[in-house]
Design a protein around this ligand. Structure first.
Ligand code: NCD
Ligand code: ZN
Length: 345
């Protein structure tokens, strides 16, 4: 039985760090284990220009505790007013590693997102030309589409047409939650990758709704049926380099989660590595863990893998806080509902 495993330091290819007091509180939770992270730009107001991204990067570095190393990989929030030249300059300088597409209204702080995809065509063409990846929140927002079908419908109605019209555009389907997402990625040889969260490997929609409503399991895209969770687990543990970890760790204070209209987002930064290792162990796939968390992401983004490594050991149940304090109030740490045995030492 394997009870110790050493892997290259992992990265998180989809992370919400927020700003101010919340940034201060959540950044060490990620930097403790992860070398780098793709930083989501859905602040209020959003990170739209190269100048915004440079300023946000400085605030992140200023919030990093002494003695910790961490590299934020900045993104720009795509709007219908995004200037292709500003974006190209921010990429050429090395500052910006991806551009984020939120369909307007799809999720937390997405009102500035794209309504008419024709209006971002010149930006997408520029991105294909310079090799800057597009990270996609893949859900349609049409009121008549059932929330559990929004990812599958997005692939057919939005994503596939965008990709057909923009050859060479590199796309990351973020936080896939369905068999449809897994299969769409599997069908493409070169320009497509997908992130998978820790929580979508663990929960299905029953966890949110059975036995009382569980606001801390509510996130977007919402967890789907068990059969979809099993497909995600199979993809993550397959060794296929097109799938990699993007936690979508999305802190909201308990006040904002536990209310009549609670915010979407699961906060997993604190225990991600224990969560993922537990699930890979259950699948007898610990030999695929390093690929998923440390190798496949850099491979897709054309970045070197981290030089340093981390060691996980298996033992008594891991103790981690049920909440962290944020200055704005407590933030509940994702509870898988079962003990975790793998700890980063
Ligand atoms: C994210 C957030 O809170 O910023 N919420 C979530 O449920 N994942 C936004 C997002 O990535 O959809
Ligand atoms: Zn997110």
């Amino acid at each position: 039985m394997t009870d110790s495993i050493t892997i290259r330091r992992p990265d998180d290819w989809h992370l919400h760090l927020r700003d101010g007091a919340m940034l201060q509180a959540v950044l060490p939770e990620t930097a403790r284990h992860f070398g780098r992270a793709i930083i989501m730009p859905n602040l209020v107001p959003p990170v739209v220009t190269g100048a915004h991204a440079a300023a946000y990067r400085e605030r992140i570095m200023a919030a990093l505790p002494e003695g910790m190393t961490f590299e934020p990989l900045m993104t720009l929030y795509l709007t219908e007013d995004t200037d292709p030249e500003d974006l190209a300059a921010a990429h050429a300088s090395g500052l910006v590693k991806a551009v984020k597409l939120y369909p307007a209204g799809a999720t937390t702080n997405s009102h500035s997102g794209v309504r008419n995809f024709d209006n971002v065509r010149p930006v997408l063409e520029k991105m294909a030309e310079i090799g800057l990846p597009l990270c996609v929140h893949g859900e349609v927002t049409d009121a008549e589409i059932d929330i559990f079908d929004r990812e599958a419908v997005f692939i057919d109605r939005v994503l596939d047409p965008i990709r057909q019209a923009t050859p060479g555009l590199r796309v990351v389907m973020e936080h896939i939650t369905t068999r449809d997402g897994v299969q769409y990625v599997a069908a493409d040889e070169t320009d497509l990758g997908a992130t998978i969260t820790a929580h979508h490997l663990i929960i299905n929609r029953n966890h949110i709704l059975v036995g009382g409503i569980k606001p801390h399991y509510y996130c977007l895209p919402v967890a789907k049926r068990e059969e979809h969770r099993l497909e995600l687990l199979k993809a993550a543990t397959s060794g296929d380099a097109r799938y990699f970890l993007g936690t979508d760790s999305a802190p909201h204070t308990d006040d904002n989660k536990e209310m009549a209209c609670g915010c979407a987002g699961c906060f997993t930064a604190t225990n991600t590595m224990s969560l993922v290792a537990e699930m890979f162990d259950r699948e007898s796939a610990l030999d695929k863990l390093e690929g998923f968390v440390s190798l496949n992401g850099p491979g897709f983004y054309g970045l070197p893998v981290n030089e340093s490594s981390i060691t996980l050991t298996k033992g008594d149940p891991v103790e981690y806080p049920s909440k962290i304090e944020s200055g704005d109030g407590p933030v509940t740490v994702f509870d898988p509902g079962f003990p975790l045995h793998w700890r980063v030492v």
